[in-house]
Design a protein around this ligand. Structure first.
Ligand SMILES: NC(=O)c1ccc[n+]([C@@H]2O[C@H](COP(=O)([O-])OP(=O)(O)OC[C@H]3O[C@@H](n4cnc5c(N)ncnc54)[C@H](O)[C@@H]3O)[C@@H](O)[C@H]2O)c1
Length: 311
């Protein structure tokens, strides 16, 4: 069994990754400053003797290095970030601190304490406005936000760290993650958590555009499993992989699933498309299968049904 340090453990993806690793018998040290995460997400984990939560800012000088030196984890999963693309547009300096400098702190902490495996929460945002579908890891990376730029820069920093100091570095390019504990208040949260809240509250939903735009929606349970495989899997080598399903679902299809569960709900309202909105996004899932043994298992409608059941 391994000891894993997770930055951003109180967040959406971090808390599910923590729960999964604990259920597999690993020890987890969670680090979070509760900027966008919540202690309540870790309610189950906090009852486990194999879990420790540390409140700290991973971008602060020497804080993470000291913690890693004390804990000596086998792997670090670095999820803490400024997660809102919009925030990164409004405050590129903060984006630099939370999404680039913090990654450098992780790499340095790992180097100083000899941590041999690093897993990084990258994003499909590194591809920007990709024109070729499906999006492959070899597709052109042309980020169109400071957030996407910082994710790409972080990948380069970490992969160079791995090459220089002999650690395994996995960069996980998540597509559109959805599931329980996603905060609908966050502008980055995406359409599914907003739909879930509005249908639950009996409010209508608005779709910008004709609703035919598609996304590669992946359940947070699958993402947590991809993180666990990257952090603890046998024979895993450094690399970059899309964490996606390889399937596309339109917003109208998502709304239709909600509509079936809420038959009294009003039909979605269509509004003019928002400038800059990407029409289609779908990843090629092959590489994660080859390099991590990861294949997404949750069909979108089952993930939506789970969300709706939880209320
Ligand atoms: N949700 C998605 O669809 C998606 C897609 C692509 C990439 N990602 C990436 O996955 C990671 C997790 O995202 P999420 O959706 O779980 O978001 P989230 O906001 O729920 O989780 C981020 C966590 O990091 C913590 N945090 C932020 N800055 C910190 C700091 N300086 N020190 C300590 N803790 C800090 C927050 O409090 C929060 O708990 C992020 O790196 C994000 O960019 C998410």
């Amino acid at each position: 069994m391994a000891k894993i340090l997770i930055t951003g453990a109180a967040g959406f993806i971090g808390s599910h990754t923590t729960d999964l690793l604990l259920s597999e018998g690993h020890t987890v040290v969670g680090v979070d400053n509760f900027r966008s995460g919540h202690r309540r997400n870790l309610a189950a984990a906090l009852t486990s003797a194999a879990f420790r939560l540390v409140e700290a800012d991973v971008s602060a000088e020497s804080v993470l290095a000291q913690l890693v030196a004390t804990e000596t984890p086998d792997a670090i999963i670095h999820l803490a970030a400024l997660v809102s693309v919009q925030d990164s547009m409004e405050n590129p300096e903060l984006n630099y601190r939370l999404n680039v400098l913090a990654t450098h702190r992780v790499a340095e902490a790992a180097r100083e304490s000899g941590v041999k495996r690093l897993v990084f929460a990258s994003s499909a945002a590194v591809y920007g406005d990709a024109t070729e579908l499906p999006i492959r890891e070899a597709s052109t990376t042309r980020p169109i936000s400071p957030y996407g730029g910082a994710k790409l820069a972080s990948e380069a920093l970490l992969l160079a760290h791995g090459a220089a100091f002999g650690s395994v570095v996995r960069c996980q390019r998540y597509f559109n993650v959805f599931g329980p504990r996603q905060d609908p208040a966050s502008p980055y949260s995406g359409v599914i958590s907003i739909f879930a809240q509005r249908f639950r509250d009996g409010q209508g939903v608005t779709i910008f555009g004709d609703g035919q735009q598609t996304r590669d929606f992946i359940s947070v349970h699958d993402v947590a499993r991809a993180n666990a495989l990257a952090a603890t899997g046998e024979g895993v080598a450094s690399g970059i992989a899309n964490i996606c399903t390889g399937r596309s679902t339109s917003l109208l299809e998502v709304a239709a699933v909600f509509g079936r569960h809420y038959p009294a709900a009003t039909a979605p309202t269509l509004a003019p498309p928002r400038p800059g909105d990407i029409i289609h996004s779908r990843g090629d899932a092959t590489r994660a299968g080859q390099e991590l043994g990861f294949t997404a298992r949750w069909p979108v409608d089952e993930g939506l049904a789970e969300l709706i059941k939880l209320g």
